[in-house]
Design a protein around this ligand. Structure first.
Ligand SMILES: [Zn+2]
Length: 309
């Protein structure tokens, strides 16, 4: 392998590393998949209790991904404020408006992003082929400098207008875009990563065009909330605030499902036995058990339910 090929190989690896996204463990990543979108709630290339690392398509715009936290509302009582906040969190119209607004605010960055992309992956290889290494490096350095300065300036301006309260995040984005042309290519998409945070991730998924697998995700989240440990422990004592909040979110998910033509009653119907020996199942995670089991090994739910034979 020639030194030039090795250099290009290293550049390609560095470029691909820019398209890895770190997601906190309390957030979902919504990324482009085919012509639509998909949500990642666990797994990833590397994952720990703090979060996980995921890939996105290594092309500007197709590498767009949104990180949306699932944290429940923080209101201490079931009040009108809480109800309103749940309504807003599930408003598909508001999410669509926000999505469009942020998209338009950062639209100018597409010129610098694609400009740098073209410079690195089209112009430079051609110059290298026909003019040699030194002229290529000169043109790369001067072209990248002009585009990176323009990119950082537009990024800082659009970000302070759209996310005026996120000063630290803006500084981090602008600094990394100033340090490398590869990071600058990413700033168009990375600036929008937190744009839909605050809304419920299932509502965000419902608002994104061509979203895949909404029914399964909604069913899993609905069961997780409906059969939450808080609601189980509260069965004998007073109903806790957590349980009431979970019920509110469950109801909002049901409304969203009905609007999409899905009957949420199916989410709670007993499964078919995967094995003749399975006579019980966990209503929370749907794992099946034999008659001896007293609680779910996966999620610790104690009230297993019978599978109709
Ligand atoms: Zn379970």
């Amino acid at each position: 392998m020639s030194p030039v090929q090795m250099l290009l190989g290293c550049l390609l690896l560095l470029y691909l590393s820019e398209f890895l996204v770190w997601v906190r463990s309390d957030a979902w990543l919504l990324r482009r998949r085919g012509r639509g979108w998909e949500a990642l709630t666990r797994g990833g290339l590397i994952s720990s209790s703090r979060g996980s690392l995921h890939w996105v398509y290594p092309v500007p715009q197709l590498g767009r991904a949104y990180s949306v936290r699932t944290s429940p509302p923080t209101a201490s009582t079931v009040s009108t404020a809480l109800r309103l906040s749940i309504e807003t969190a599930f408003s598909v119209v508001d999410i669509g408006r926000r999505y469009q607004g942020v998209e338009e605010a950062f639209q100018t960055l597409r010129w610098t992003s694609w400009g740098l992309w073209g410079l690195v992956w089209v112009v430079c290889p051609l110059l290298l082929q026909f003019m040699g290494l030194q002229p290529m490096l000169w043109i790369l350095a001067s072209g990248a400098l002009i585009l990176m300065v323009a990119n950082a300036w537009i990024l800082a301006r659009a970000h302070s207008k759209t996310f005026s309260e996120s000063g630290d995040e803006r500084l981090r984005l602008v600094l990394s875009a100033c340090l490398s042309p590869l990071a600058a290519i990413r700033s168009w998409d990375l600036a929008q990563k937190q744009a839909l945070d605050g809304f419920h991730p299932l509502a965000v998924a419902a608002a994104l065009p061509g979203f895949q697998g909404w029914d399964e995700l909604a069913a899993a989240e609905w069961r997780r909330l409906r059969y939450s440990v808080a609601s189980e422990s509260s069965a004998s004592s007073a109903i806790t605030v957590d349980a009431v909040e979970s019920a509110e979110v469950c109801a909002a998910i049901e409304v969203l499902a009905r609007r999409r033509g899905i009957d949420p009653a199916h989410w709670d119907s007993p499964p078919r036995a995967e094995d003749m020996a399975h006579t019980q199942y966990c209503p929370r995670c749907r794992t099946q058990y034999t008659g001896q089991a007293t609680c779910c090994r996966d999620c610790r739910w104690t009230a297993l339910m019978p599978i109709p034979q």
